[in-house]
Design a protein around this ligand. Structure first.
Ligand code: ADP
Ligand code: MG
Length: 536
């Protein structure tokens, strides 16, 4: 059944239908802020003075089919994954053991680790941490086995597109139901849109409601409340601070969260570009170390920051100079709750993900981090892991299994090589792996992990709205992200986090051309999409 679903989807469009659908999507996206600031490659800066233009975010014209059982499994695992990463970020010794040899050769990780050590030496002013997470998966459909859900990565910093993904689900629902679900004008009839009893496919007929905005903002609000009253004398009004990139184009995704945070929770928030942190924030010289923010537009008013929410500082390019590292250090040592802390950011390393895949007779890390969970829950979590390998060999005489697989072109063809980086565009794929490794000193290999490729459905197709305004039909690959939030307290001397808030809610589907290895929307590879669930 699954294969025929992909072969006969999406419905065919004649010229008139396609023109109508494209025009409707172009209008809907701008009307509902499903938008981004255009890149200079699309709108040259002389036509966009003051960076004032907005354009549609890259979107698919139709939602993409996804098996309900795998969607439910991903949702069901999210709170366990949240807890797992809270536990990892609470165990500095374990993290140090795992990351030690990488820190030796990777300046970016070394700088982050140094901030952690400096703050530890001074003493932590805040024992609460917040994670706004997104666990990313693909549907694995090997030729010789059953389909299953496989994790691509777990994001612990700047997990983006919660805001816009809600809008895409709303847009696809509108297209499938306007003016009536029985006779939508924009979509031709298709069994996947028919959720009645007599439909040949058991389907939801339209995307499930996406709750990413309310889930993520409820996480920020829980941390804001848990911070408690102002620690300043005299007391100051409190706020959340969104730390953003100076040249951010994905502004409307972030504004969806800050607007909702104010509207539903009454919490003010401010956007602060990384280059302005030092100018507009200070850490008070009191033992509590509250973080004080002075809005540049009203320097007579000061706020105390309860939560620093990073939508930046995940990539080396965000640290343009020593000031930027100083700014990160200053925020980390303050009393504000960090989303994420340096340790939680490091917990999201690809290396950690690889080490977690080990199982008895070796160390079974899942069991030690999640002692209260049943074996069947841990097995369900484990089943989402693709095989992954270290490229470090402690005994140079015996090459690690990963090194063998990576250097042999025959086995490299089914793998991806990943450095400890976020944000897209960093991986090395398939036949490029052996040559790449040989081009760098062997001492650097341990910075990478090798991961088996996930094989998504071969026949999946969808239309993407291209930046030139035309629609392109092609073979596609989709990646599902599930959002979750976790707030916890660490007790000095203990590695067990006290979990105060742990939620799952909302999803992101990103769909890219089958020819593209990478998957980021912001990086320009993918379109925002939503799911239509089918039972098989
Ligand atoms: P980043 O932190 O840069 O987002 P990812 O691990 O998510 O790194 O990899 C980037 C993209 O590469 C993914 O969005 C996905 O499209 C592709 N990718 C990563 N790992 C795999 C894999 N094991 N199989 C197939 N594609 C993968
Ligand atoms: Mg990714």
């Amino acid at each position: 059944m699954a294969n025929t679903i992909y072969t006969h989807y999406p419905p065919e469009l004649d010229g008139q239908q396609e023109a109508f659908l494209v025009q409707t999507v172009k209008n809907w996206t701008v009307e509902h802020a499903l938008t981004v600031r255009p890149s200079a490659a699309i709108v040259p800066s002389e036509f966009n003075s003051g960076n004032m233009l907005a354009t549609n975010a890259p979107v698919t014209l139709f939602p993409s089919p996804f098996p309900e059982s795998c969607f439910d499994q991903a949702r069901g695992l999210q709170r366990v994954y949240n807890e797992l990463y809270a536990a990892i970020a609470s165990d500095e010794q374990w993290l140090e053991t795992v990351l030690k040899e990488l820190i030796e050769v990777d300046d970016f990780l070394a700088n982050l680790w140094k901030i952690y050590l400096d703050v530890r030496r001074e003493g932590h002013a805040q024992h609460l941490s917040l994670g706004l997470f997104r666990s990313d998966y693909m549907l694995h459909t090997p030729d010789d086995g059953p389909k299953s859900l496989r994790q691509v990565e777990f994001n612990t910093i700047s997990s983006s597109f919660g805001g816009l993904s809600c809008r895409v689900a709303e847009m696809h629902t509108h297209l499938a139901t306007y003016p009536s679900p029985q006779h939508p004008i924009a979509y031709p009839p298709h069994p996947l849109f028919n959720n009645s009893e007599d439909s040949p496919i058991k389907t939801t007929g339209r995307p499930p409601v996406n709750t990413a905005i309310s889930t993520l903002t409820a996480g920020l609000a829980a941390a804001h409340q848990a911070y408690g009253p102002s620690k300043s004398t005299p007391q100051l009004p409190t706020c959340v601070l969104f730390v953003v990139q100076d040249t951010e184009r994905n502004v409307f995704d972030q504004l969806a969260l800050s607007s909702y945070l104010h509207k539903e929770h009454g919490i003010p928030s401010f956007r602060l570009p990384t280059s302005k942190i030092t100018a507009y924030t200070t850490v008070a010289g009191t033992p509590e170390r509250p973080l004080i923010y002075t809005p540049p537009s009203d320097t007579s008013t000061q706020y105390e920051v309860t939560v620093v929410y990073y939508r930046a500082f995940y990539a080396p390019t965000d640290y343009t100079d020593a000031h930027a590292w100083g700014a990160r250090h200053s925020l980390e040592r303050s009393a504000a709750i960090k989303c994420p802390s340096v340790l939680l950011q490091l917990a999201g390393s690809k290396k950690v993900q690889q080490v977690l895949t080990s199982k008895p007779p070796g160390p079974y890390h899942l069991k030690s981090f999640l002692p209260k969970h049943t074996d069947s829950t841990l097995e369900s979590l484990r089943s989402t892991f693709a095989p992954q390998y270290s490229l470090s060999s402690s005994d140079p005489a015996v090459p690690a299994e990963g090194i063998k697989l990576a250097l042999d072109p025959a086995t490299a063809a089914n793998h991806v090589l990943k450095p400890q980086r976020e944000g897209g565009g960093n991986n090395i794929y398939r036949s490029n792996i052996p040559g790449f490794l040989k081009s760098i000193p062997e001492s650097q290999w341990k910075q990478y992990i090798l991961m088996e490729l996930i094989h998504p459905p071969k026949d999946a197709k969808n239309f993407a709205l291209r930046s030139d305004g035309a629609a392109a039909l092609g073979n596609v690959i989709s990646e599902l992200g599930i959002f979750g939030t976790c707030l916890w307290r660490n007790t000095p001397g203990s590695t067990a986090p006290e979990i105060l808030h742990n939620t799952e809610g909302g999803y992101l589907l990103r769909t890219k051309s089958k020819e593209s290895d990478e998957g980021g929307v912001a990086a320009g590879f993918s379109s925002l999409d939503s799911v239509i669930l089918y039972k098989d």
